[in-house]
Design a protein around this ligand. Structure first.
Ligand SMILES: *[C@@H]1O[C@H](CO)[C@@H](O)[C@H](O)[C@H]1NC(C)=O
Ligand SMILES: *[C@@H]1O[C@H](CO)[C@@H](O)[C@H](O)[C@H]1NC(C)=O
Ligand SMILES: *[C@@H]1O[C@H](CO)[C@@H](O)[C@H](O)[C@H]1NC(C)=O
Length: 465
């Protein structure tokens, strides 16, 4: 979503009886507030079509480790497909957990300490009796993946048996800690020592890193020096040989980059928790035809247009994050965001500072059908995760088309039966776009990490080592 940093977290009060997953009336949340708009490089031109190397529909076949979102009631122990066997490098601490010792300084605007806690899930939301809800930072995917893989049933300690090699580098946290480092040697030296480290490993040399992968919790621009302050990790030849799982890939040059979901707020430990939430989202009353949560951006005029259209429509719920301080505050409160989304049929996903938005995943979690205005907000990003047929689960309105000036009219045209099917599809997608609690051992649904491993395994198999 936003490449920029966030302001320090603030404490505030929350009050609602409507939000389904919370039953407490008055809660205190710990949550980061608005990203800045310091860095804006929204690209306007139309890219060539990206080669689809992975068929997302095909990840749900017999290659999948843990199949189906609806396991039999007897399901308890996660199983591991025999083809998947992941070796987790024990990197020197400076590449991962060592960085966390400095969590106050990982980002120049945000104290990351509360966010890196609990395996990267962050601070639990103070719900009365439901576990599984956290104020998760949008850039925490690399931490969550690491925690998941350390405990994964497909983990092997024997490199000779491994089919996949995971390099647990917290490259995103490191990159943001160096955004203001003017000494380029100092900014890049850890990335370069990682490359040196890998090249020296016999396990790397065997297939020249092609069976290796890493996970990055920030957008591609933060690693490719295309703006001042970025690292250059993804420019290194080693990083170009392995698979890079990343929350926003480069749609044009990122052949080895694979989009993974931004983490949202729900990290259930059991299939029961997951299906209970899905059922709630199926049944919830949605009085708003559409909603928009966002702030104006200097370089994304389309957002100003949305704020105008939404404000003028009686069918739209607007949460103007640039508005009054009280309204802006709500934009960064998980419960408020989910409340608006779970009361809406459609959620507008405007491009912001970069193509992708965390909000896309919050919207899916709330069973709200996303409306995209650029193919790069999701379609060219998350091919492992989303159905091939866009119209089954989303609405697309080209940001340069006239239709964007009459969003309400366009959405009203969609027959209600079709809307119902789309919502059903979205709600079915929730498990695979969710990061399960890494400490759970019996969650019994295929989450974002499982989808990634299955897709990587297929990819490596095609290499025919
Ligand atoms: C998982 O367990 C470890 C060790 O007990 C703990 O440090 C970590 O915070 C736990 N993570 C979550 C998400 O609860
Ligand atoms: C949690 O809350 C729900 C509804 O408020 C209630 O039905 C359920 O029994 C509670 N569970 C526990 C473990 O207290
Ligand atoms: C830049 O950083 C490197 C490595 O940390 C250091 O050796 C060098 O002295 C620094 N250069 C300057 C001009 O500070």
């Amino acid at each position: 979503m936003f490449s920029g940093e966030k302001k320090p977290p603030t404490l505030f009060r929350w009050s609602s009886s409507l939000l389904l997953f919370l039953s407490a009336a008055c809660l205190i949340l710990w949550f980061p507030s608005s990203p800045d708009n310091l860095i804006q490089q929204h690209q306007q031109h139309d890219p060539p079509r990206v080669n689809q190397t992975q068929d997302p529909n095909k990840t749900k076949n017999d290659d999948v480790l843990i199949t189906s979102t609806k396991p039999p009631p007897s399901f308890t122990v996660p199983t591991c497909h025999k083809r998947v066997s992941v070796y987790v490098y024990s990197l020197p601490a400076q590449f991962n957990v060592g960085l966390l010792n400095n969590c106050h300084k990982l980002s120049f605007r945000t104290d990351m300490c509360p966010h890196v806690a609990n395996s990267g899930l962050g601070q639990p939301l103070p719900t009365s009796n439901t576990t599984g809800w956290f104020a998760t930072n949008q850039f925490a995917a690399e931490l969550i993946f690491h925690a998941r893989l350390l405990k994964h049933p497909c983990r092997t300690y024997d490199p000779a048996r491994a089919t996949l090699f995971y390099v647990p580098y917290y490259g995103g946290l490191h990159a943001s800690s160096k955004f203001r480092e003017r000494n380029l040697t100092a900014r890049h030296e850890l990335d370069i020592s990682l490359a040196d480290y890998l090249r020296a490993q016999p396990t790397w040399q065997k297939h020249n890193g092609r069976d290796h992968f890493m996970v990055l919790g920030r957008i591609v621009r933060d690693f490719t020096s295309s703006w001042q302050g970025a690292g250059r990790l993804l420019k290194l030849p080693e990083a170009q040989k392995m698979s890079v799982l990343i929350i926003e890939r480069n749609p044009w040059q990122g052949a080895n980059q694979h989009g993974i979901p931004y983490p949202s707020y729900f990290h259930p430990s059991t299939w029961h928790e997951m299906s209970t939430w899905q059922n709630k989202m199926r049944e919830t009353h949605r009085p708003h035809l559409f909603s928009f949560i966002g702030a104006k951006r200097r370089k994304a005029a389309i957002r100003n247009e949305f704020i105008k259209q939404c404000g003028e429509s009686t069918r739209c719920m607007l949460l103007n994050c640039g508005g009054s301080s009280d309204e802006a505050r709500k934009c960064h409160e998980p419960s408020e965001v989910l409340k608006v989304m779970s009361e809406s049929v459609f959620c507008l996903q405007a491009p912001g500072d970069s193509f992708t938005r965390r909000s896309t995943f919050d919207s899916v979690l709330a069973g709200c059908i996303p409306v995209f205005f650029s193919p790069h907000t999701a379609y060219t990003q998350y091919q492992w995760y989303l159905p091939e047929k866009r119209s089954e689960y989303s609405v697309y309105i080209d940001e340069r088309s006239k239709a964007r000036n009459r969003i309400e009219e366009e959405l009203l045209k969609i027959p209600s039966q079709k809307v119902k099917l789309m919502r059903e599809k979205i709600i079915d997608l929730i498990p695979r776009l969710t990061y399960a609690n890494p400490n759970a051992s019996d969650f019994g649904f295929e989450d974002a990490v499982e989808v990634a491993l299955a897709s990587l395994a297929k990819q490596v198999k095609k290499l025919n080592f």
